[in-house]
Design a protein around this ligand. Structure first.
Ligand code: IPE
Ligand code: IPE
Ligand code: MG
Length: 261
């Protein structure tokens, strides 16, 4: 069962700092990176794994506690079959080769998404990795695989009603929130999308309600520590008002803030 430690940005004003606690990234642009080099698209995916490593390292150095990466959307099954199967193989290989390193670095590993469409070998590798790293606490790394924001909301409502049929009579935001796939993390503070597109592509629809959005033209295989620092610096310059006025923020007091009803 989910814990309820994390504040809802629409129900109360969460604490925020100049460095985000949770960064969520749509890692886009692998195919274009490869095409520009006259390479097959899959070469870009392979190269993208290195950008993942660099990002994890930098998140730890910057004291970020949660990193959520969109690796495969529920709509990515629409891609050519050989690209989909390459991505699955890459995921399997990464799990086989990297999980021990994650564990050594005290990283907790989680996967969110509908795993029912994955082959059993992949599901058991995920399960093993999650169990092995479950008590690590330097960084929680969540991979969204066969994830869709709409799927997430629907599965949350379904599971909630299965557990508590009486909620058919009425339920609130918190009832749903505790069944969402990302229940183990606070709402993201900073969302990054590489590759130049400015859209959410069915990523964390519920959880991005008050997240700061950052878009960069840089393609994912070229996203490095410096690029993450730039995104964090941009975040540090934002004024997170959560519905309040700048004057209220300047006066610094929480006293005149009415809580959400
Ligand atoms: C993102 O890169 C990786 C996945 C969606 C798996 P793309 O493969 O979407 O790269 P572009 O957008 O075609 O360049
Ligand atoms: C979003 O990228 C999904 C991932 C990065 C895993 P896409 O490349 O699939 O998004 P669209 O199709 O351009 O919106
Ligand atoms: Mg893309």
């Amino acid at each position: 069962m989910a814990d309820t430690r994390f504040a809802s940005s629409t129900r109360e004003v969460p604490d925020s700092d100049s460095v985000p606690r949770h960064v969520a990234i749509i890692m886009d642009g692998n195919g274009r990176w490869a095409r520009r080099r006259l390479l097959p698209r899959v070469a870009g995916h392979k190269r993208g794994v290195e950008a993942v490593r660099a990002t994890i390292r930098r998140c730890i150095e910057r004291g970020i506690s949660y990193l959520t990466l969109f690796a495969f959307s529920s709509e990515n099954w629409r891609r050519p079959e050989d690209e989909v199967s390459f991505l699955m193989q890459l995921f399997i290989r990464a799990l086989e080769e990297e999980v021990a390193k994650l564990h050594e670095n005290n990283i907790r590993f989680r996967v969110i998404g509908d795993l029912s469409r994955f082959d059993s070998r992949l599901v058991s590798l995920i399960d093993r990795a999650e169990k092995m790293t479950s008590s690590n606490d330097t960084l929680t790394l969540t991979i969204a695989a066969n994830y869709g924001g709409r799927w997430d909301i629907l599965q949350a409502v379904e599971r909630m009603l299965a557990d508590s049929p009486e909620k058919r009579q009425g339920f609130c935001e918190e009832d749903i929130a505790r069944y969402l796939a990302l229940d183990h993390a606070p709402e993201p503070d900073l969302f990054i999308r590489t590759g130049g597109e400015q859209r959410i592509s069915n990523f964390l629809l519920w959880q991005l309600a008050y997240t700061e959005l950052y878009f960069t033209d840089r393609l994912w295989p070229e996203f490095d520590a410096g690029a993450l620092d730039e995104a964090i610096a941009s975040y540090g310059r934002r004024e997170r008002r959560f519905g309040r006025t700048s004057e209220q923020l300047a006066s610094g007091g929480e006293s005149d803030v009415a809580t959400a009803r």
